[in-house]
Design a protein around this ligand. Sequence first.
Ligand code: CA
Length: 517
Amino acid sequence: MRVLCTCLLVVLGAVTSATPAQTPRGGRPNIIYIMTDDHAAHAISAYGSKVNTTPHLDRLAREGALLTSVFATNSICTPSRAAILTGQYAHINGVTMFNRFDSSRMTVARLLQQSGYYTGMIGKWHLGSDPVGFDRWEILPGQGAYRDPLFYTATDEKVYTGEYATDVITDRALDFLQNRARDKPFFLMMHHKAPHRPWQPNDEHGAHFASQRIPEPVTLWDSYATRTDALYENQQRIAADLTNRDLKLTPPASLMGPELSRWLGTKPELVTLVRDGKDVTLTGEELTRWKYQRYMQDYLATVQSVDDSVGRVLAYLDKAGLARNTMVVYTSDQGFFLGDHGMFDKRFMYEESIRMPFLVRWPAGIKPGTRSDALGLNVDFAPTFLEVAGLPASAEMQGRSLAPVLRGRTPADWRSSMYYRYYHDPGDHNTRAHYGVRTRTHKLITFWKKDQWELFDLVNDPYELHNLYGQPGQEALTATLKAELVRLKRELRDDDQLADVQLPSGVDGAVARLRGK
Ligand code: CA
């Protein structure tokens, strides 16, 4: 106990008054980790959203820290969840795609539970195996349903007839807080299904957004000129890949069973609407614009319910007197394309897809209005929670605690580049496997199966429209980034694709060393 207390005093510095030496356990902060599914940072007004307003999320940002440069290491649901729990990259934790998570693995939840935290998991789990390391869990099976959601517990199941998933998850999370073990700090993972496809809003927000006209992103009509085949081949395009189900079109009354399912999954090339009493058929650009509106109206309406949920959690903490020493984290398992590059999903290593919102309020430990552009990763979350709980870092974890960043004191040796890798190919949306490196100023991506590359200058081309790879004058930069990519692969022990990394002369030595030659 004394060791723990000493650790806390060192780690938390300015907040030692909240962690009196005689009651170290009582001084450990509570942690509420709120994670949504596919909520892009650019749909949060604190992040400069042009498409919506999120007052409760903005409150978190105002009263705590907002990190602008936190990224998923593999921008897809299940792998990001595994990376968050284990603090490990996909090639180490074994969840590269939609693999079943090996629940015997070490996780941050297990470590916190073992150290005396009362732990809970409420909402979308999506890891294929039952949660472990939680005193209480209530999860949606698989993707779960927005309406009339079914929940599983360790011993039971229940359908919440007539209810909306975001509200049920909030209700169950508040129930966890109210009925928690009072003699322990708590760690609650509260995972929303929203705003994941098929973007089904509740009635109130759905009706509100249905009358809104959402501004189009500047890259909605991205022509993909200069880019690799992967962009031309992707099947997550607003223009071509939204289905009748996504667009909430009304099926013909005669369709039933498999025929109805087939119709709902069809991607319409024309849509006939009734306007001013007349049938109007939309095609081409006009149809794409209409599809974008339908998609975004529903997406943003589901986000608004999430914002309401955050408001309820914060109100509870205020009322219960828990606000000061409870760390509230808000993030998403990855970002999302909101029509950016003409797309609606994620997976690609482009900014809108990999950037995760990361808001953290903890009055006892973080100054209001803290801002940082330090490069953070989803594998950093677990080490962060361990540190604020006064626990030693786990040698198995590959991430690094963000606690000093949140305190406004980013270490001088903080990372200046990150490694990314996407595996699901062939997979949904026909997105090609790729990996790459992002620095604070540039990004290099290789679609290794085709030996095709993309190089972007993030400072002068923040929307990543101009692929510089192979252009005259880029040789030195390209060589530097390839060397950094190899260095990161070596450091992170991801070495199975090295033979496919074609390096210019001068850096082959790094590959040879990496291959152990
Ligand atoms: Ca997701």
